[in-house]
Design a protein around this ligand. Structure first.
Ligand SMILES: O=C(O)CCC(=O)C(=O)O
Ligand SMILES: [Fe+2]
Length: 296
């Protein structure tokens, strides 16, 4: 078993088909060297200021930096990547009218790190969402090369369809090995985890995850990128973070200072189409006068 690689001309249909079978796919060589340099420069001061994790999930030689929409202009470009956004929309639309940014993190695995506990990211919501429903599409942008030796993400292709308690065999575990500038896409239901770093170099990835607009985001975007920063971002990015309604009235707000909303962004109709049908609105004229025509 391996993780399939495609190039950036891959169609959404092709990507969806591989994701349905394996729950993971790599698109090779998407970012330019100048984008990689910018991301590294933007993240370095924050990584330098961050302590390593403190348990076997967060790792003892791994640094994690969040709030990437507030902190890194180039990561904003990644979050809005058109192919990834089209794919997220298509992947999540069977269960949601819209999707949003769910999580942002730069994960830097340093030499000496051991492997992360294997897990399914959907565990963040507890055991409450039926496993039939896919509620997360995740991306890992490789800022350095991802190699088995330097901590490339471990992944068990196909495990999104497994019984909850099935454990992977050693030979079923693959590594998301890819060149820097590539992006690994995986789902919230697949078993995966960071790899051990037995090399002499760091492994840096930018993790950007997407989820339906009706679910609580793993990273609170309103606190991580508060209004005084969000007001200078594009309406599209604000909408993606949740500074927009997730449906006709889902997530509405009233401006406590009664100013004219400088955070107004994309209209719900533009994002979700006509909402009337979704609500099952019944116009006065359509109400039935007798109850006989309505019953089986
Ligand atoms: O660092 C990695 O490759 C994976 C990290 C991960 O899966 C997580 O923290 O949830
Ligand atoms: Fe994970």
């Amino acid at each position: 078993m391996t993780i399939k690689h495609v190039n950036s001309n891959a169609s959404i249909e092709e990507l969806l088909e591989i994701i349905d079978q394996d729950a993971g796919v790599i698109i090779d060589n998407v970012l330019s060297q100048s984008q990689l340099n910018k991301i590294t420069e933007e993240l370095n001061p924050f990584l330098a200021n961050t302590k390593e994790g403190q348990d076997d999930f967060t790792g003892f030689n791994t640094r994690r930096v969040g709030a990437l929409m507030a902190r890194s202009p180039e990561c904003r470009v990644l979050a809005l990547d058109p192919l990834i956004n089209d794919l997220s929309k298509r992947f999540l639309e069977p269960h949601s009218d819209g999707y949003q940014l769910h999580f942002t993190s730069a994960i830097d695995i340093a030499p000496g790190e051991s492997e992360q506990i294997l897990h399914r990211d959907r565990g963040v919501w507890g055991g409450y969402i039926p496993r039939k429903i896919e509620t997360q599409l995740s991306t890992v942008w490789a800022i350095t090369d991802f190699k088995k030796e330097n901590g490339a993400t471990q992944v068990v292709p196909g495990s999104h369809k497994w019984d909850r308690n099935r454990k992977p065999l050693e030979k079923e575990i693959c590594f998301a090995e890819m060149k820097k500038g590539s992006v690994f896409i995986y789902t919230g239901s697949v078993i995966h985890g960071g790899g051990a770093n037995i090399s002499g170099e760091n492994r840096l990835g930018v993790f950007l995850h997407y989820a339906p607009t009706w679910l609580r985001q793993e990273e609170n975007q309103y606190l991580s990128c508060p209004p005084h920063i969000a007001k200078d971002l594009t309406p599209e990015l604000r909408a993606l973070m949740g500074y927009s309604k997730g449906g006709y009235v889902l997530g509405f707000y009233s401006d406590p200072e009664d100013k004219n909303g400088e955070l107004e962004s994309v209209s719900p109709e533009k994002m979700f189409g006509d909402f009337r049908d979704k609500y099952g609105f019944i116009n006065s004229a359509d109400k039935l006068v007798s109850d006989s025509s309505n019953r089986e």
